[in-house]
Design a protein around this ligand. Structure first.
Ligand code: FE2
Length: 428
């Protein structure tokens, strides 16, 4: 029922944005009329080529340098040509090959046309074309301002669509997906200025020299995002191999990652932090790779010496995760995930606020998974029994607020968007 309603809202949103996009395209063409055929051909080819090198974003969507090219054509030839160049950029072969659903194409087309039309009307109203000095200060400011007007409109409309389909907070979506590309817009403005200046003062051939850095920059972004994904995937493979050898903890890390994400959402962290918590949780026990398998798989009671070995794993995990650039800043969450609020945990006996929030989240998620899964010597606790156990250790082992969020999640487990299976009593 809820899914049906979401689909209807999404469809309505797509139809409204697409209609506004088509109207704005027509309005700009009727109002400004003057189209440069040469400009359209040259910039059309350029934008069509560049369009197939866009970089994926962390969660969803993508970025490209298309706007830099559209903006340059707007500066040189005016809104009508700029608008038609933008229209050409809508036809992305890669998306057709990837069989991106038609409604996504239509939405992207609509929001892109709408955002560019608004930006170009603003541009034409304030840009002084009578100036012979290309670098006239007000005009340069207008170019930068228009870039950010387009960026805010474009990304907000996209965040709106993601928010309707996922139910996530629109601001969180924007911050996680788009905040990191804010500085990139400055670069797009500068490149558009360079393209326009060289084209006007010298010749269309200068486009080859100015568009090359644009395409290289785009490709660098693409590599950076891909590199991050590849690195995480490789490390997760190591975690899986490690867990496959440990008969007690198969699938443990991924479940802890799921629970940690739920808790982080319950605590209303932003999307960026939620992603970091999730990644840290999936790597929290990677240091166990250094522990002898005879200890990890021991059927009888662990000796004091065995425990000394096991207690080293948060430090080893921390040292490994320190090598991952985008996780190292919060890697203390892993170092302290076995610390307890009352100071009786390990490896350092940290207590209370000495333990960072992310570590407190990992601690509760880790403990819940341990108590709810079966072991050869005992059955896993049911959801109800786990809640009692969490309540009992609240304020001593677990942070009260984090523990309350986990208890709430368990009590409302049917209300949780389930990519997770809570309260598993089977060994996966
Ligand atoms: Fe651990």
């Amino acid at each position: 029922m809820r899914e049906e309603r979401t689909k209807s809202y999404l469809l309505l949103y797509v139809v409204v944005i697409l209609t506004l996009g088509i109207f704005s395209l027509l309005l700009v063409l009727i109002k400004y009329r003057d189209v440069s055929i040469i400009g359209l051909v040259i910039f059309g080819i350029l934008i069509f080529t560049s369009d197939n090198l866009n970089a994926p974003l962390p969660k969803t969507g993508s970025i490209s340098v298309n706007f830099g090219i559209s903006l340059a054509s707007l500066i040189i030839f005016g809104p009508a040509t700029g608008m038609l160049v933008t229209f050409i950029s809508i036809f992305n072969i890669k998306e057709f090959i990837k069989r991106v659903p038609y409604y996504k194409h239509l939405f992207n087309a609509g929001q892109y046309l709408l955002s560019f039309a608004a930006a170009s009307v603003f541009f034409e109203a304030f840009y002084d074309r009578s100036q012979t000095n290309f670098f006239y200060a007000r005009n340069i400011w207008i170019i930068f301002l228009v870039t950010y007007i387009f960026f805010i409109l474009n990304t907000s409309l996209t965040a709106g669509a993601i928010s309707i389909s996922t139910g996530m907070n629109i601001l969180n979506i924007w911050v996680f997906n788009f905040a990191w590309i804010v500085p990139f817009q400055f670069f797009l403005s500068a490149m558009a200025i360079a393209i326009a200046f060289l084209y006007i003062r010298f010749s269309p051939f200068t486009l080859i020299f100015t568009s090359l850095p644009l395409i290289i920059a785009q490709y660098t972004y693409l590599l950076r995002v891909k590199e991050r994904r590849t690195l995480l995937n490789s490390i997760m493979q190591i975690v899986k191999i490690m867990e496959a050898k440990d008969i007690y903890t198969a699938g443990h890390s991924m479940r802890v990652a799921d629970y940690s994400e739920l808790i982080a959402r319950g605590l209303k962290l932003n999307e960026y932090d939620i992603e970091i918590v999730r990644n840290l949780a999936s790597l929290h026990d990677i240091g166990k790779i250094q522990i002898d398998l005879s200890i990890l798989n021991k059927m009888k009671k662990l000796s004091c010496k065995d425990w000394q070995e096991i207690k080293k794993h948060p430090i080893v995990s921390y040292e490994i995760v320190q090598q991952i650039d985008f996780l190292k800043e919060k890697a203390t969450a892993i170092l302290y995930h076995h610390e307890r609020i009352d100071g009786t945990g390990y490896p350092f006996g940290k207590k209370g606020d000495e333990i960072p929030l992310f570590a407190k989240i990992l601690c509760v998620a880790d403990a819940y998974d341990a108590m709810s899964t079966n072991r050869p010597y005992r059955s896993g606790k049911s959801v109800g029994e786990s809640i009692i156990e969490l309540e009992k250790n609240k304020g001593t082992q677990f942070d009260e607020q984090v523990c309350d969020v986990m208890i709430e999640i368990l009590k409302n487990k049917n209300a949780v968007p389930v990519t997770f299976s809570l309260g598993e009593n089977e060994k996966s």
